[in-house]
Write a protein that binds this ligand. Structure first.
Ligand SMILES: NC(=O)C1=CN([C@@H]2O[C@H](COP(=O)(O)OP(=O)(O)OC[C@H]3O[C@@H](n4cnc5c(N)ncnc54)[C@H](O)[C@@H]3O)[C@@H](O)[C@H]2O)C=CC1
Ligand SMILES: CC(=O)[C@](C)(O)C(=O)O
Ligand SMILES: [Mg+2]
Ligand SMILES: [Mg+2]
Length: 374
């Protein structure tokens, strides 16, 4: 395991160089990896492992959309696709990839099949950390660990197909066989992680719930909505307000931040933007800091978990969710976004598309020649 320096702090990480795929294949050669649930993470993890030569089977309810999707993805009923219970029986490593609320309902069934020596794998610390609410307490004779890809299952698959790799965290909760470390790392590599960083179940779930409620989804939507509202109330058009709030961020600035960091982006915008952004970022930090503290508190006390279990377990959960998503979808901001996206040249006719490709490659050349260290 390598120790790497992250901004002055040393952490354990496992890279593909030190734990290559051949090693993962060797560790997993006698295992049957059962992916239980074929929603968002299930397909990404199952397909990447299958392409990486791991013996993967899928367990999913028959007569469900996810079952049909697994068939479309090449899993064969009776060979590599089974009803959940049969997959639980056949698997030596159980990847529990149902939604966190559904994991509670199915737990008694899963537990029955956790015979000594098997492993129980999660992609989230939720079920174990909040076990006073979930009732998920594994038997002592099985390994329990997690690999949590830091992104959507969709990105996990896409990046794998592009030869890239989404990074993941890993944690061991219980090492019954003495092989938990090699098993969890082998799985992390086999699902296509770029590298793996160490955590524990509690830290994984606290940071994940904070992140998705915070800057990754909740806070950013809140910031977008507030700025858009101010611009609109001051007489700016929807297209202007949307472009200055979302489009420029996702299309121009965030890709630069992804490549080179916010520090580089600040150093490479206009001096006017620099002055203003340097003056204002701390005000935004100070205004939101108390909200982030409230959020973390709500996560750490189990309130967020309780809320999500409660709402996601209701029979009318899907209808209620749809109504809330509809509000977002039909808001002027995201309706304006739809039009803006449709106007992107790559979303228009094929001629425009190929012209855009050309632009992209010249832009890339130009961009790399303006890098600082050049
Ligand atoms: N969605 C994502 O990209 C990410 C998810 N995770 C974690 O991965 C795990 C799986 O999450 P998702 O893929 O989002 O799950 P999901 O919400 O897509 O559900 C997965 C599957 O559960 C099945 N299911 C739902 N209720 C069921 C029930 N009562 N009985 C049997 N099957 C049922 C559905 O058919 C579906 O195929 C969770 O622990 C989640 O926190 C971690 C990182 C990202
Ligand atoms: C994609 C991801 O990792 C999230 C946002 O935490 C989730 O879907 O739970
Ligand atoms: Mg996450
Ligand atoms: Mg999450």
């Amino acid at each position: 395991m390598a120790k790497l320096n992250f901004g002055g702090v040393e952490e354990n990480v496992v890279t593909r160089e030190e734990f290559p795929l051949v090693k993962a294949q060797k560790v997993l050669q006698n295992e049957v990896v059962a992916i239980i649930g074929y929603g968002v993470q299930g397909p990404g993890q199952a397909l990447n492992q299958r392409d990486n030569g791991i013996h993967v089977i899928v367990g999913q309810r028959r007569n469900s959309k996810s079952w049909d999707k697994a068939v479309r993805d090449g899993f064969v009923p009776g060979e590599t696709l089974f009803e959940i219970e049969e997959a639980l029986e056949r698997g030596t490593i159980i990847c529990y990839l149902l939604s966190d609320a559904a994991q509670i309902q199915l737990w008694p069934t899963v537990k029955k099949h956790l015979t000594p020596g098997k492993a129980l794998y999660f992609s989230h610390g939720f079920g174990i950390t909040y076990n006073d609410q979930t009732g998920i307490v594994p038997p002592a004779e099985v390994d329990v660990f997690l690999v949590a890809p830091k992104g959507s299952g969709t990105s996990l698959r896409r990046m794998f197909l592009q030869g890239r790799g989404l990074n993941s965290s890993y944690a061991i909760f219980q090492d019954a066989t003495g092989r938990a470390f090699e098993r969890v790392i082998a799985l992390g590599i086999a699902i296509g992680s770029g590298y793996l960083f160490e955590t524990n179940f509690k830290k994984e779930v606290y940071s994940d719930l904070t992140g998705e409620r915070g800057t990754l989804m909740g806070a950013i939507q809140g910031l977008f909505a507030a700025q858009y509202e101010v611009l609109r109330s001051k007489g700016h058009t929807p297209s202007e307000a949307f472009n200055e709030t979302v489009e420029e961020l996702t299309q121009s600035l965030m890709p630069l931040v992804a490549e080179n960091g916010m520090d580089w982006m600040y150093a490479n915008c206009s001096t006017t933007a620099q002055r203003g952004a340097l003056d204002w970022w701390k005000k935004f930090r100070d205004a939101t800091l108390p909200v982030f503290n409230d959020l973390y508190e709500s996560v750490a006390t189990g309130k967020e978990a309780a809320k999500s279990i409660e709402s996601n377990s209701k029979p009318d959960y899907r209808e209620k969710l749809e109504a809330e998503l509809k509000e977002l979808r039909e808001s002027e901001l995201w309706q304006a976004g739809k039009t803006v996206r449709s106007l992107r040249p790559e979303n228009q006719d094929p001629a425009a598309k190929s012209e855009n490709k050309l632009h992209k490659s010249t832009a890339k050349q130009k961009f790399s020649s303006t890098l600082y260290h050049d």
